[in-house]
Design a protein. Structure first.
Length: 198
């Protein structure tokens, strides 16, 4: 019988995620992964596969957690439009700018890897499709609540909102000051949701 694992897998995956997020895929070495996980190479690869497979697992779990968080938030916000606003404003919400400069693991990874790693591109599409679906549900709810034009195409607006938020994420990575970043987010919301309630 195989020996039971003597480590907390969720804890290890969380540590590996932080390392990939801070450094990016290419700059994260196997030695880095061993250091932050506390595992030897054999244990690390035995549990998770090679660096590429390990990264894909980390990315999928990150994306799935974000999807769950968005869905839970949609269920709890007072109005559907609130989720859309929070989503676009999110990158500018840390007054120190640290979160904005760090960016989003998915967006960072897509920019770094999608052109040369089809499986990363496919994972990005899967995750962005899921996000757009939640946003569309929020917009449809906002339409029912009178905050968005009921004749507008919720799916098109959702994709535009996603694109706008990714733009805010990208600008945040450049070190743009938080006030300017927040202004960009508000301007995007004004243009994408012109009939939103005040």
């Amino acid at each position: 019988m195989p020996r039971p694992r003597e480590f907390d897998e969720d804890h290890v995956v969380a540590a590996l995620r932080q390392e990939f997020w801070d450094k990016g895929y290419a700059a994260t070495s196997v030695d880095d992964l061993m250091r932050v996980s506390g595992l030897g190479k054999g244990s690390l690869y035995g549990a998770f596969g090679d660096k590429h497979n390990l990264f894909l697992r980390v990315l999928r779990e990150y994306n799935d957690a974000n999807d769950r968080m968005l869905r839970e938030r949609l269920a709890s916000v007072p109005r559907g439009i609130d989720l859309v606003r929070e989503f676009v404003r999110g990158p500018s919400c840390d007054s120190t700018g640290t979160s904005a400069r760090r960016g989003c693991l998915l967006a960072n990874s897509t920019a770094e890897l999608a052109a040369r790693m089809p499986d990363v591109a496919a994972e990005a599409r899967r995750s962005y499709d899921a996000t757009a679906k939640v946003l569309a549900e929020a917009i449809e709810r906002a339409q029912r609540e009178g905050d968005v034009d009921p004749d507008a195409d919720a799916n098109q607006i959702a994709c535009a909102v996603l694109a706008a938020q990714l733009g805010v994420v990208a600008l945040g990575r450049t070190g743009m000051d938080v006030d300017t970043l927040a202004s960009v987010a508000e301007s995007a919301l004004e243009r994408l949701l012109p009939s939103q309630g005040r």
